[in-house]
Design a protein around this ligand. Structure first.
Ligand code: 5AD
Ligand code: SF4
Length: 464
């Protein structure tokens, strides 16, 4: 694979450089990345390939010679956004016929979707799915060779690919895949159908990658998997997530280890203990609960009850009383009653989540939940979402208020998005802190006094 790719990459690079010499044209590329960090990571790999082809990055669509949509299909909203943005590109393609437009990622992996895009957006040159990302150089090569539209969707996942290139915008933080796919088949979720079964990377490969990143200046890594807690189980050689964390924790120069996402059913006492003992693993658990109703959890195939979840929370509080706990919640799952919803509110109040991502259930064709009766109206669901968010903000505010005037350790990430004169960073508990400071602090861990606690951010001042 790597040899083939090297050939394609070289050919494309030479052609681009020749063109640059002859005409001065520098080919530019742009990616619209939708959805989760897994997709962001995939886009870094695609950019890595593009860099090796001699492309430069741009944020301006009109300047781009190659535009890629890395799509998400977790909810309907993410899908409709892609389709409308794609439609808008028709004009640009007419003005610039050699513009390459590609669509890839989860949405293309769904049955019939690639065909739908092919027919409804004939200006698209390239369509591929999640399982053949590493064939990207070949598709671009074929387009350069004038072989016409490239459409490549494969149903079966291939072996885990190592040694792919990568392009990171952030010098100090990096995303690291540890396990691909998902075996859980929650009844509302499309992910197992588009990302395939769980495939873990070898621990040695992950450790080497992290060491290389640290040598390159990275201080914080985020380990990625749909369910990191089941990392290693498919390797059947004793590899576990806890073992991986223990080894990564020893890497000199690495300061923080984050991970996404954990399935509550696989959160064991051994793992919580390991996290508590590993100083670099952050004091933050993102533990999606989805619902507080045991009846709904059953329908969702989550394989835990409300009480099971509360026990996991107790475990966390026992070993790490100061850790933040955040979650994902779906309201309006098919047949969710007012009583079910009140169970969710009750759970939220018992756990006191620091924050949560909340969603209205979105029907995904092909999933078991899509065939369930759903008598609750959208207005009712919206009203439930509002009530839930109100409770969550009240709790979040209370937790942040208690941080007022305390000193927190912040890993400085960069200029604040809302005010470029300020810096932004995060605490180990994943709270965003905004404060004034010199840009030379970016990438360092500094002490900040919280001067103004708000509901979702903390304002502060450098403590030294
Ligand atoms: N509708 C609404 N939310 C969903 N999620 C996953 N599938 C759906 C769906 N069909 C949410 C879950 C998951 C998060 C990533 O997205 O809460 O944890
Ligand atoms: Fe979807 Fe459930 Fe797998 Fe998460 S664990 S990706 S919600 S099926």
């Amino acid at each position: 694979m790597q040899e083939q790719n090297a050939y394609y990459l070289n050919q494309i690079y030479s052609q681009n450089m020749q063109e640059r010499q002859q005409t001065g044209r520098i080919r530019k590329c742009l990616t619209h990345t939708f959805g989760c960090q897994m997709n962001e990571r995939d886009s870094e790999i695609l950019f890595g390939f593009l860099e090796q082809m001699g492309y430069e990055k741009t944020d301006v669509e009109a300047e781009a010679d190659l535009i890629l949509f890395n799509t998400c299909c977790i909810r309907e909203k993410a899908e409709s956004k892609v389709l409308s943005q794609l439609g808008e590109l028709k004009k640009l393609k007419q003005q610039k016929p050699d513009l390459i437009i590609g669509v890839c990622g989860c949405m293309m992996q769904q049955k019939g979707m690639a065909d739908m895009v092919r027919v409804s957006a004939p200006h698209v040159d390239l369509i591929f799915g999640t399982h053949n990302l590493h064939h990207f150089p070949e598709y671009i090569y074929n387009l350069y060779q004038g072989k016409g539209k490239q459409i490549a969707i494969v149903d079966k996942e291939e072996a885990v690919q190592e040694g792919l290139p990568s392009y990171r915008d952030d010098r100090f933080r990096a995303l690291v895949n540890i396990v691909y796919g998902c075996n859980n088949f929650c009844t509302y979720c499309i992910v197992p159908y588009v990302r395939g079964r769980e495939r873990s990377r070898r621990q040695a490969d992950i450790v080497q990658e992290v060491k290389d990143l640290v040598a390159d200046g990275v201080v914080e890594i985020t380990l990625l998997g749909q369910n990191v807690n089941s990392y290693g189980l498919d390797l059947a050689d004793g590899t576990t997530f806890a073992g991986l964390l223990r080894e990564l924790n020893e890497i000199e120069g690495l300061r923080r280890i984050r991970y996404m996402t954990s399935h509550p059913k696989d959160l064991t006492e051994e793992l919580v203990k390991t996290i508590a003992e590993s100083s670099k693993v952050v004091d933050h658990f993102h533990l999606p609960v989805q619902s507080g109703s045991t009846r709904v959890l059953g329908l969702m195939n989550r394989r835990y009850t409300k009480e099971d979840y509360l026990k996991r929370v107790e475990l966390i509080r026992r070993y790490m009383p100061d850790a933040a706990i955040t979650t994902d919640i779906i309201v309006g799952f098919p047949g969710e009653t007012e009583e079910d919803f009140l169970e969710t509110i009750d759970l939220v109040k018992q756990v006191k989540f620091d924050s949560a991502f909340t969603f209205i259930y979105s029907r995904r064709t092909g999933t078991p939940a899509a065939r369930m009766e759903d008598p609750v109206t959208l207005d009712e669901k919206k009203e439930r979402l509002q009530r839930l968010n109100d409770v969550l903000s009240q709790i979040g505010r209370g937790i942040n208020d208690r941080l007022q005037d305390t000193v927190v350790e912040v890993l400085v990430e960069g200029p604040s998005k809302t005010n470029a004169d300020m810096l932004t960073g995060r605490t180990t508990t994943n709270k965003t802190v905004i404060f004034a400071g010199d840009p030379s602090l970016i990438g360092q861990i500094v002490n900040v006094t919280v001067t103004e606690a708000q509901t979702w951010v903390l304002k502060g001042a450098l403590a030294e």
